[in-house]
Design a protein. Structure first.
Length: 253
């Protein structure tokens, strides 16, 4: 019961990685807030967990909905101890010279602006009480990623915000970290693989898996375990980090 009575908010909490994260914290005794745009899945989650759970439908594109979400969490549970900025979107694949500002904006709204606004709310609230924030970036946030310039640049931005927020809040006892996963078996990577090799989804996957020393995509629970660790007191000396979790990819030159 490591998180007994702690309030943990997870955006994108009904998704592939987010739902595993929610399970871990719920089983550790936390009061879990699951934030997502997917109403149907939120209903299923509310049935799955019967107490210490709050589900909130939020479109993270909308600043007003983010503000209301924080209001509701504080009204219901009184505090926020851990915040996981997990919701994300992959956008479309395109060549670098075809990147459109509108495409950047639609991906940045969810991958950069929403986590920024959520972090600002958290920091204001956690300033006198401490807390932990974990942002889900990507290996595409620490290296170039052909055809994924929009997504890749959004995750680079998220890491920059993570490090800055961490440095500015060391003395406030607020730890802010990011994680950088390689492909994980969720809807998102299926979507990217389908765009890379249309009509033969498994071709892209096999090509990518061959670049990973462990020769496979990650299971969502493997990513959730790192998020859980970074949020916990066991990671008390870790802040401003951007942890790769990549089956050995980063060890290659
Ligand atoms: N799957 C991968 O290969 C991979 C690799 C590296 C990083 N990531 C990152 O992991 C995080 C989780 O992704 P996932 O793989 O679980 O994908 P997913 O598609 O299963 O989950 C994303 C979740 O975000 C929610 N969401 C999307 N737009 C939203 C909005 N406007 N408002 C509220 N919620 C919204 C979705 O409903 C969904 O539940 C993302 O930030 C993603 O960029 C994924």
């Amino acid at each position: 019961m490591e998180f007994f009575e702690k309030v943990v908010v997870i955006t994108g909490g009904t998704g592939g990685i987010g739902s595993q994260v929610a399970d871990l914290f719920y089983n550790a005794g936390a009061k879990v807030v699951i934030v997502d745009i997917n109403e149907q899945k939120l209903k299923e989650v509310a049935v799955k967990y019967n107490k210490n759970i709050l589900t909130i439908k939020v479109d993270l594109n909308e600043e007003s909905e983010i503000n209301s979400m924080f209001h509701k969490v504080l009204e219901t549970f009184g505090s926020v101890d851990v915040f996981i900025n997990n919701a994300g979107t992959e956008g479309k694949l395109c060549d670098f010279e075809d990147i459109q500002i509108d495409d950047l904006l639609s991906v940045y709204r969810i991958n950069v602006f929403a986590p920024l606004l959520c972090m600002q709310h958290c920091i204001r609230h956690m300033k006198n009480r401490g807390g932990s924030i974990v942002n889900i970036a990507s290996v595409a946030g620490v290296a170039g990623s052909p055809k994924l310039g929009v997504y890749s640049s959004s995750k680079h931005a998220l890491i920059g915000l993570t490090k800055t927020a961490a440095l500015e809040n060391v003395t406030n006892n607020i730890r802010v970290n990011a994680i950088c996963p390689s492909p994980v078996k969720t809807r998102m990577i299926d979507s990217i693989d389908s765009m890379r090799t249309p009509g033969d989804f498994s071709k892209s996957r096999k090509e990518y898996e061959a670049k990973i020393p462990m020769n496979r995509y990650a299971e969502p629970i493997e990513i959730a375990n790192l998020i859980y660790f970074l949020a916990s007191d066991k990671a008390s000396y870790i802040t401003g980090a951007a942890y790769r979790i990549d089956g050995g990819m980063g060890a290659r030159a």
